[in-house]
Design a protein around this ligand. Structure first.
Ligand SMILES: Cc1cc2nc3c(=O)[nH]c(=O)nc-3n(C[C@H](O)[C@H](O)[C@H](O)COP(=O)(O)O)c2cc1C
Length: 367
């Protein structure tokens, strides 16, 4: 079923500049993918099987969703379920509109199946995204799967004012997502990662908690963490977040570390500034999932993301402790058929190992 993508779409995208290729995909999906005919056509090619799991008070058809950053402005929301994803995280959205860093700012290392990006939260800003989502709902095109919003700090807002920057975006988007991910771990906004330190984190979570309370609650707040923090730093952030009532963790964002390049093209990609995603991130992401699961597993669900591009890597993330999964880079290197391949592979492994439901698999490797 991956034939149309690998034979026609991918060869064209390979030769395009990485960001142009990405923009073409979003353009295509935000027009074709929003019509019911377009969605039927995509579903016919990319439909993923059911592997239901209850997490965060919701039922997910299967664990695998689209990671933040692909649909920053929530332009193509209805297309993602048609491509097989069981849930979607849009954003990162910031309080103020931003152009992000100068282009080029996204690079592909084909041999390593890795991307380096320094987008810098290019997005139309919280109010514009809210308006877009109000129109979507009014036109009856709200997707029937759980939707998460990824919230970042505006570049012009200093860290001291971060709590109100995050909480205002949360307030603006409150009616337009089922759950919210507070992103304090992107490497591409100066000083952002300092917000993982307990004092900053405590203020951000208190402010956001206040908004949630005022709005009547019921929408989980999650925290997305960096793979580059030490284990002690991660545990300190996680413990603080749990004291402030966090509902889930997302592990992990991109890394500043670089693997050894296998050729000169990759060497030049890895020399670019920015966060690396894709296959080389997988083992550290799995490690962070295990660390968080040991600390919080029975209380707070973990969403595993980072280098998931096969049933094996997805299985490792779930047995390490992830209840839900996400991917970004695998869409670039393998195309949308990777979603159903992964879900089918998870389902097979689950049965082969004698589990009756995917929920039983979560953290199994850690017990
Ligand atoms: C181009 C690009 C933009 C991204 N933008 C965001 C973002 O806005 N917010 C966020 O939390 N993560 C962002 N991410 C990180 C992804 O959500 C994900 O955590 C990371 O890419 C690891 O997953 P992967 O290996 O499947 O790509 C971005 C990643 C890429 C490649």
């Amino acid at each position: 079923m991956g034939l149309p993508y690998s034979f026609f779409v991918r060869p064209i995208l390979r030769f395009a500049d990485s960001e142009k290729a990405h923009d073409l995909v979003i353009q295509g999906l935000s027009s074709f993918g929003q019509s019911s005919g377009g969605q039927r056509a995509l579903s016919a090619m990319y439909h993923a099987p059911e592997l239901p799991i209850h997490v965060l008070g919701r039922l997910f058809h299967h664990p695998l969703g689209l990671a933040a950053g692909f649909d920053k402005g929530a332009e193509a929301l209805s297309a993602w379920p048609a491509l097989g994803f069981s849930w979607v995280e849009y954003g990162g959205v910031t309080r103020f509109p931003q152009d992000g860093n100068p282009k080029p700012r996204m690079f592909r290392a084909e041999s390593e199946h890795a991307l380096v990006n320094r987008m810098g939260f290019n997005n139309p800003g919280a109010s514009a995204v809210r308006d877009r989502l109000i129109s979507r709902r009014a036109s009856g095109k709200w997707p029937k799967v759980p939707i998460a919003a990824n919230i970042g700090r505006s570049t012009k807002t200093p860290n001291e004012s971060a709590p109100s920057d995050y909480s205002q975006t949360l307030d603006i988007l409150w009616n337009h997502a089922d759950m919210f991910v507070l992103n304090v771990s992107s490497p591409n906004t100066p000083d952002l990662r300092e917000l993982q330190e307990v004092d900053h984190l405590s203020s951000i979570l208190s402010e956001c908690g206040r908004i949630s309370e005022r709005r009547g609650g019921g929408k989980p707040l999650l925290l997305k963490l960096s793979p580059d923090s030490t284990d002690d730093e991660l545990l300190a952030s996680a413990q603080m977040a749990m004291r402030r009532g966090i509902d889930g963790f997302v592990a992990t964002n991109t890394t500043l570390h670089r693997p050894v390049p296998s050729n000169t093209k990759s060497r030049s990609v890895f020399a670019e500034r920015g966060g690396l995603s894709g296959r080389p991130l997988q083992s550290r992401s799995a490690e962070v999932i295990r660390l968080l699961y040991e600390e919080a597993g029975s209380e707070v669900p973990i969403i595993g993301v980072g280098g998931i591009d096969s049933a094996d890597s997805a299985w490792e993330a779930m047995t390490s402790g992830a209840s839900l999964l996400q991917l970004y880079s695998a869409m670039v290197f393998k195309g949308p058929s990777v979603v159903s391949l992964i879900v089918k592979g998870l389902s097979r492994r689950m049965r082969d190992n004698g589990f009756l439901s995917i929920e039983e698999v979560v953290g199994y490797g850690n017990r």
